[in-house]
Design a protein around this ligand. Structure first.
Ligand code: TXA
Ligand code: MG
Length: 358
């Protein structure tokens, strides 16, 4: 069992930070595990060219071996040694959204270990925007394979404390870079076929992708209501994900009606309460007042029209349900366009597709 060292490193990278980054890079090169901040969520990193180092990622997370890892690079030129064919759409998207919260799936070269690809002939590649992440990769001198730094199935980590909770004692080092800016995992676009295909929505929206490359398909698994039997092209999208321990219900439809319905459901749950029942409501700042007098803890995700803020606080809020021992939670839905589409994708999965129309 590694003795997990936790170090703070800020985005301005002071001289002290520099020494710590050097140590972290050495751990990666030596085949160890380093959890590090990115602008999306925290990653659990290992040397992406070493099969034995990557095997440790699967072990620490309890991750199924058919779920491939994303390789993180620090310079766009590194794509060519990892991807076999980089077409115009891939180049255009990389130039538009890298560094940033987007992963490209491309045909892989033999340099990519089989274990990274989870048995596929493709590889996911991302050039993150976060400076700590990029400096770590460039100092390590290898691509860093990194899934979200959590035990498989939990909401992704947007703070180092979450990582320590899930992976303390299982990794060599955790870099604390504060709160993740975007808070949702990267948008994944498969550019290995004729038409680009969205495999996982994120902070780079479908609308933004289409502005650069024209028509982008959406993998049916992104919108399917869970049990369609369809196999998602991003294997990770098939697993139970982002789930809090509480039973979560989303109420969609007209927002005022949704609030009335949520207040009613919370009251009903309260009246039927058994010992240990704890009820929570997930709303936005605008909704706080409508729940006064309702017997539930009311949590806000931020401003309803500041969707970036909502995305950034989503996983933190789902974790707060667990920390407070909440057994039943009700969340307001969001309009499914732009980042709202990505937020609803995660919320629906967290709720196991338990959705009520108000
Ligand atoms: O924002 C992110 O992408 C974060 C940070 C750490 O970079 N990483 C992340 O990794 O979310 P992970 O492993 O939690 O999710 C990666 C997703 C999984 O659903 C996986 O199945 C899919 O990407 N994936 C990876 N390689 C793929 C490939 N070659 N083809 C299709 N899907 C792939
Ligand atoms: Mg994940």
């Amino acid at each position: 069992m590694p003795n997990t060292e936790i170090v703070k490193i800020s985005e301005d990278i002071t001289a002290a930070d520099d020494a710590n980054l050097r140590t972290a890079a050495d751990v990666i090169v030596a085949g160890g595990l380093v959890a590090f901040p990115t602008e999306t969520v925290y990653g659990l990193g290992a040397n992406g060219l070493s099969a034995s180092a990557c095997a440790k990622i699967y072990q620490a997370k309890g991750r199924p071996s058919d779920n491939p890892l994303i390789l993180h690079i620090s310079d766009i030129s590194q794509i060519d040694s990892l991807a076999a064919e980089v077409g115009w759409a891939a180049r255009a998207l990389a130039e538009s959204f890298w560094p940033g919260p987007m992963t490209l799936v491309l045909k892989r070269t033999s340099r990519v270990p089989d274990i990274v690809a989870g048995g596929l002939d493709t590889v996911g590649i991302r050039l993150p925007k976060g400076r700590v992440a990029r400096e770590l990769i460039s100092r390590a001198g290898v691509p860093i394979a990194a899934p979200s730094a959590i035990v498989s199935g939990r909401p992704s980590s947007t703070r180092a404390e979450h990582v320590a909770e899930d992976l303390g004692g299982k990794v060599d080092m955790i870099i604390d870079g504060g709160l993740s800016v975007y808070g949702l995992e990267s948008t994944i676009v498969d550019v290995s076929g004729a038409v680009p295909c969205l495999l996982r929505p994120g902070s780079v929206t479908l609308e933004q992708l289409e502005r650069i490359v024209g028509k982008v398909d959406t993998d049916p698994a992104v919108t399917a209501l869970g049990l369609s039997g369809e196999r998602p092209k991003a294997p990770g999208m098939a697993y139970v994900h982002y789930a809090p321990k509480a039973e979560l219900t989303i109420v969609v439809g007209d927002i005022n009606q949704a609030r009335v319905e949520i207040a009613r459901l919370a009251q009903e749950q309260h009246n039927a309460a058994r010992p240990g029942t704890k009820i929570a409501i997930i709303t936005t700042d605008e909704g706080l007042e409508s729940y006064s007098g309702v017997p539930a803890r009311v949590l806000s995700l931020g401003g309803r029209f500041a969707l970036g803020e909502v995305a950034a606080s989503l996983y933190d809020t789902l974790r707060a349900l667990d920390e407070r021992g909440v057994t039943h939670a009700f969340a307001e839905g969001f309009e499914e366009t732009g980042i709202g589409f990505s937020i609803m994708n995660r919320l629906k999965k967290a709720a196991g597709y338990k959705i009520i129309q108000a």
